[in-house]
Design a protein around this ligand. Structure first.
Ligand code: AMP
Ligand code: ZN
Ligand code: FE
Ligand code: FE
Length: 277
């Protein structure tokens, strides 16, 4: 039996793992296929693909968008996207720029609280990746302002805290459309984290093609519910660990393993679409 983990981040967004480390851990976990789903970045994909050749691991190009539906944060995954499309790369560049501006606003707020932190501290951690709160949390930890990453969110940068700044977000409809333009498959990420089933029905109307049924933050009960929902609406079923290296406290890669048949279904859907157009 072959297995896949379809939700993995790298240090091109907010994981602590480099592309090479992702591949090493994927091999250790016995995975046959992985999807790289960085936030607003596809920079890691060719690097992971190159390392993965040594281990005979299939690498699926992916993306994770944060979108906004009536104030609710909805994460949308895209699979088998064309990660070389120049129109798409321009869009990602824009989203990454808005992340930099937001990081600057967060830093200003932290400075107001007499926390000595600047953009250089953040860039030292993020490198050339898409900047996010995870990098700011790590900078706060390195400088001993907090004990842990959750502590940083709890005290300063989590929703509702003083240094929280909302991120510019596209709508789910836009995310679904972008993924469609790239000939990919759109999937609602970790639905249990938003716990709002009305939104799922709205997304189905808007053309979402799959649900991430299996996720490291889902309970057995939640998983069962989303499996039934995906089946009822004839949607693709996917799953992944959402590994952020050691960023979430423990290494999650391979803790969610889905049968490769589910990946094959995604591929078949794309192939059939190509034949039908
Ligand atoms: P951003 O995209 O910059 O808003 O950052 C989102 C990232 O922060 C995600 O990868 C989450 O895993 C992480 N995150 C959000 N809230 C928390 C929290 N309360 N504790 C730890 N990590 C969090
Ligand atoms: Zn992340
Ligand atoms: Fe997410
Ligand atoms: Fe994620």
């Amino acid at each position: 039996m072959a297995f896949a983990d379809l939700h993995i981040h790298t240090n091109k967004s907010d994981s602590t793992f480099s592309p090479e480390e992702v591949v090493k851990y994927a091999a250790k976990a016995g995975l046959d296929a992985i999807a790289i789903t960085d936030h607003d970045s596809v920079a890691a994909i060719p690097l992971v693909q190159e390392y993965a050749l040594n281990y005979n691991i299939e690498v699926i190009p992916g993306i994770e968008f944060s979108s906004d539906l009536d104030g609710e944060e909805v994460h949308i995954l895209g699979y088998f996207i064309d990660n070389t499309n120049s129109w798409f790369l321009e869009k990602l560049k824009f989203l990454q720029e808005t992340r930099i501006k937001r990081a600057m606003q967060i830093i200003e707020k932290l400075n107001e609280l007499h926390i000595d932190i600047n953009m250089k501290d953040i860039l030292n951690i993020s490198g050339d990746g898409a900047i996010g709160r995870m990098h700011i949390a790590r900078a706060l930890m390195n400088k001993k302002y907090v004990r842990s990453i959750p502590d940083a969110f709890q005290k300063y940068i989590g929703k509702g805290k003083y240094a929280y700044v909302t991120k510019y977000r596209i709508t789910p409809k836009e995310a679904i459309e972008i993924i469609k333009q790239l000939n990919g498959i759109s999937v609602l990420a970790h639905p249990q984290l938003m716990n709002n089933d009305a939104i799922i029905l709205k997304l189905i109307q808007q053309g979402i093609q799959g649900i991430e049924v299996y996720h490291s933050d889902h309970t057995a009960k939640g998983t069962k519910k989303y499996l039934a929902l995906a089946t009822k609406h004839n949607l693709h079923i996917t799953g992944g660990s959402d590994c952020h290296g050691i960023g979430k406290g423990k290494i999650l890669i391979g803790t969610i393993k889905i049968p490769y048949e589910l990946v094959q279904k995604l591929k078949d859907a794309i192939r059939n679409r190509d034949i039908n157009v």
